[in-house]
Design a protein around this ligand. Structure first.
Ligand SMILES: Nc1ncnc2c1ncn2[C@@H]1O[C@H](COP(=O)(O)OP(=O)(O)O)[C@@H](O)[C@H]1O
Ligand SMILES: [Mg+2]
Length: 246
């Protein structure tokens, strides 16, 4: 089955600041990179796709349905999950419970019902499978807040996977990782793609994005300044200038 997300002509204003200006991005059955300097609007676009923010104008279409008017948990249930640039584990829960929290989204009608009932643990087996897949089994009983950053980034992905997304949004997943950890992460993302997931990766590190992504969209100051294959984007003069700050 094909998975397709289309952000159509998105503008987002915060007061007088235009964080996104007429941005259109489509991701379909691929690993799409979203790169650009700090403040370009990358995270804002993710926030709009997953319903944290409403676009000032424009539309987000996921598998032929408009989702930009839906609430965050409805968007999660429709098959979109994200990770955060600044990791947000449930610090006082164990690694296993963090993943169980993600699994709950298809089982419990509301977050409140989930909070009251998740410890019944009907979901423990799939949670353990996800921990094995992301190589976190060893830390299942560790409090998430006590993990080093590299493992917290993995846990972000594990918890997102628990919602069974077809589209996965990763916001700077390699930030703070050693180069060895970043290589491992790239292997994990490719495995997810091989399972059929569509993935959009925000990445500040150009080399990492170029190596991982099939196609790249470059944002700067709220606008798309280039898109294409890594090879095309890498040699684009506007991209080089944006990164060098001219
Ligand atoms: N909730 C918000 N309220 C006001 N300004 C915001 C908000 N979120 C982002 N911005 C601003 O929008 C611009 C784009 O931010 P962001 O999307 O986080 O950029 P990026 O992820 O590309 O670094 C920045 O100038 C940022 O300060
Ligand atoms: Mg960001």
């Amino acid at each position: 089955m094909s998975t397709r997300l289309e952000a159509r002509n998105i503008t987002k204003r915060f007061g007088g600041l235009e964080a996104l200006r007429g941005v259109s991005v489509t991701a379909q059955d691929e690993i799409l990179g979203l790169i650009g300097p700090n403040g370009a609007g990358k995270t804002t676009l993710f926030n709009i796709i997953c319903g944290f923010l409403r676009p000032t104008s424009g539309a987000v279409i996921f598998e032929d349905r408009a989702i930009h008017t839906k609430r965050t948990h409805e968007i999660t249930q429709s098959g979109i999950a994200r990770t955060f640039q600044i990791v947000k584990p449930f610090s006082d829960l164990t690694v296993l419970d963090n993943v169980l929290a993600g699994l709950g989204c298809h089982i419990y009608a509301t977050p409140r019902v989930f909070a009251e009932q998740y410890s019944t643990r009907t979901t423990i087996e799939p949670a353990r499978e996800i921990l094995a897949f992301t190589d976190l089994t060893k830390w299942a009983d560790t409090l998430a807040g006590n993990l080093p950053i590299g493992l917290q980034r993995k846990l972000e992905i594990a918890r997102a996977l628990a919602t069974q997304p077809r589209l996965l949004l990763l916001d700077e997943p390699a930030a703070g990782l050693t180069s060895g950890e970043a290589d491992e992460l790239a292997v994990l993302v490719r495995k997810l793609r091989a399972q059929g997931k569509t993935i959009i990766v925000i990445e500040h590190n150009m080399a990492f994005a170029m190596n991982l992504c099939q196609r790249i969209v470059v944002l700067a100051q709220g606008e798309i300044i280039a898109q294409g294959t890594p090879a095309q984007v890498q040699t684009d003069e506007r991209v080089i200038n944006a990164y060098l700050g001219h």
